[in-house]
Design a binder for this molecule. Structure first.
Ligand code: ATP
Length: 645
């Protein structure tokens, strides 16, 4: 029985308010609420479970009927999965269970007991640990308001009614205070962010397509206090026709993407979780953008921009746009350059590809720090410039400090220097290694293009061991940051021998008062730095992607993670037939396009695109910009996203 597997925090016997009624034994532990009729034995057959992970809150109320009634009602609201009747699709649906809390004739006493149950359940729902000794006193912290921006013009124009009919009831279930603003012109979101009093809000959520979130992020980054502003959690609900970030969030959380997107996205939102999100700083000759989704060019951008006219059709607009563009296929000449995470081997180069069967040797990563870790043993310029450990620290709804992505790498640095092999237990190191491990796990087929050698580390998807300690390069002081290379030697047990990996972490420590550092890129009018790969060719499409999805049926970068610190550069060169291209688009929904010999998908830290033929479109997070030379660099974990892993 689940209730016996972990500590029982609460236990009582209450009448269930339902058609059947009856007295139930109810218990709460950290994972679930269990109840079974008292007259029958406690068997799995008779016991009902409410998983805390499905639960969004509980509330107490005095029954309206029955004046003699001195009991209080305790209602638990949860959204378990159920198969839809005809389609068989797994979807969440709303369920409530109500018990009458009545252990005495005194209404006040019953109310206090019901409130205790409510507080414990609400803490657990918000992942606030509750020990048995806290049960009497635990109260979930008060929440700040959520600012919800609704774009009435997004997608097919239904955002306001979606908010009222579908989202508001769920927000009410979770008892989340909010303020809703309907945007009334393009740029409104950005204006609001520039003047927002950060302390007043728990976070900002958009109900729109990706364009409004783009405004929110760029508005926050344009502020003088961008460093703390960008730590304000942002969230998104689907109101547009593409909703790529919503799909990526749902995919990462294991929630459905292809149906009931509003329901499942709102469920994630009201679960109160926040995780770091990578951004990419994109530079053009005239402007700087902060992008959270993608930069696309060629076919993908043409479809996105030219299908605007079919906006009223919702997501079908992309299918029509794709068919039109594939019939009238264009190729574009460009120079595409990038700083790869591992050695780049072109997919069509089978000789090189075979050589890459040798186990992976080098991983390149980038880490952005705002301050030094107090654990660091290194004395350097970055510590002199470091800020106090509490400065700029944001907290989640529970008042706990958020892991903002900087700290993860700060810990990693300390561990590296301390040369400790046992550090794999440390969650922050594990986090860094998880991302490296994900490369190794899927590396050779994915990264080295065409090689199907799959390597399982330690046979259990386990971890990479730090074997040989690390080396720390000399700090280099640039105009906007202090730069240093940390080299880490990792060993992973693989099927066909140990895999030796050199992991090079390029660490940039930001200088106070300076903009976000971009040390991986050279100025746009100068050649790319050493170590970059440069390809000059005719392309059908190119896209720098940092989320899994470009739309609900476009699993474009299946291995991407919201905060893995990588850009996934996808490109298709000319030489693919229209038929093959059409087939490619048909396989996008499950991410199988990556197996096509025509599709290259390379993990990198920075890229540069220089269009060499006129025309076409460049889309940054779905917003058009004129084709021009542009470049982008990853900013690992810079933003905070309302999402779950
Ligand atoms: N009231 C408004 N009237 C006109 N434009 C608006 C309004 N509010 C916001 N906008 C603008 O609408 C633009 C498009 O919004 P967004 O991308 O979020 O939706 P969408 O284009 O419908 O979504 P998708 O790209 O998925 O189709 C945003 O850049 C924003 O500036």
């Amino acid at each position: 029985m689940a209730t016996r597997q972990s500590e029982v925090l609460l236990s009582g016997e209450f009448v269930r308010i339902s058609k059947k009624g009856g007295l139930f034994k109810v218990t709460v532990n950290k994972d679930c609420i269990a109840y079974h009729p008292v007259h029958s034995p406690e068997t799995p057959m008779e016991t009902n479970f409410i998983q805390i992970s499905d639960c969004v809150g509980s509330r107490c109320e005095r029954p309206t009927s029955g004046e003699q009634n001195c009991g209080t009602w305790l209602t638990v609201i949860f959204y378990p999965f159920r198969k839809k009747l005809f389609s068989g699709k797994r979807t969440r649906h709303r369920v409530t269970v109500t018990f009458q809390i009545k252990t005495s004739d005194d209404f006040e006493e019953n109310s206090r007991l019901a409130e205790k149950w409510m507080n414990v359940i609400n803490c657990l729902v918000r992942e606030i640990p509750v020990a048995i000794e806290d049960v009497e006193s635990c109260v979930p912290p008060l929440r700040k308001k959520l600012l919800i921006l609704v774009n009435p013009k997004s997608g097919p124009g239904r955002a306001v009614s979606i908010f009222k009919q579908e989202i508001l009831p769920m927000i009410t279930d979770a008892d989340i205070p909010y303020k809703m603003i309907i945007t009334d012109h393009g740029g409104h979101g950005e204006e609001l962010m520039k003047d927002l009093v950060l302390d007043e809000w728990y976070g900002v959520v958009i109900l729109s397509g990706d364009g409004l979130l783009y405004e929110v992020i760029n508005g926050l980054m344009s502020r003088e206090d961008w460093k703390s502003a960008i730590k304000l959690p942002v969230g998104c609900l689907p109101g547009g026709s593409g909703n790529a970030l919503c799909c990526s969030i749902n995919y990462a959380a294991g929630e459905p993407v292809l149906h009931d997107l509003v329901l499942h996205s709102t469920f994630i939102l009201i679960k109160h979780r926040v995780i770091p999100m990578d951004l990419v700083v994109v530079q053009t000759p005239s402007k700087k953008y902060f992008s959270f989704l993608s930069v696309t060019w060629g076919l993908l951008a043409d479809i996105d921009f030219e299908s605007e006219q079919y906006r009223s059709m919702g997501e079908a607009r992309f299918t029509i746009g794709a068919i039109k563009r594939i019939i009238g296929l264009r190729t574009y000449k460009a120079r595409l350059s990038f700083l790869p995470v591992t050695d780049y081997i072109p997919k069509n180069n089978s000789e090189e590809g075979n050589k890459s069967n040798k186990l992976l040797t080098k991983i390149r990563r980038f880490s952005l720090r705002s301050r030094s870790s107090s654990k660091s043993t290194v004395n350097s310029q970055d510590e002199i410039e470091g800020q106090s450990s509490s400065e700029g620290q944001s907290s989640n709804v529970n008042g706990e400090p958020l892991n903002n992505g900087f700290d993860v790498d700060a810990d990693f640095k300390a561990q590296t220097v301390n040369n400790s092999a046992s550090n794999v237990e440390n969650p922050s190191v594990a986090d860094v290694n998880f991302n490296s491990q994900s490369i190794i796990n899927d590396n050779i087929s994915d990264l080295q293009n065409g090689n199907k050698v799959k390597t399982e580390i330690n046979g259990d998807g386990g971890h990479v061991e730090i074997q040989n300690g690390g080396a720390l390069g000399e700090p280099v002081i640039t105009s906007d940051c202090t730069l240093r290379k940390e080299t880490e030697y990792l060993t992973a047990a693989a099927e066909n021998g140990d895999m030796q990996i050199e992991q090079e972490v390029i660490v940039a420590t930001k200088r106070e008062g300076m903009p976000v550092p971009t040390p991986l890129m050279s100025p746009l009018d100068q050649p790319v730095p050493e170590g970059w790969v440069v390809i000059e060719d005719e392309f059908i499409l190119a896209g720098a992607l940092y989320q899994t999805h470009l739309g609900s049926d476009m699993l474009a970068a299946p291995n991407a993670h919201i905060n893995d610190g990588f850009i996934y550069l996808m490109f298709v060169r000319q030489g693919i037939s229209r038929n093959a291209l059409l087939n490619l688009f048909m396989t996008f929904n499950e991410g199988n396009h990556v197996d096509s010999p025509h599709v290259e998908l390379v993990r990198c830290l920075a890229f540069r695109l220089e269009p060499l033929s006129p025309g076409g479109n460049v889309m940054i997070d779905g917003e058009r910009c004129d084709p021009c030379p542009l470049q982008g660099q990853i900013l690992p974990g810079l933003a905070q996203l309302m999402a779950m892993k």
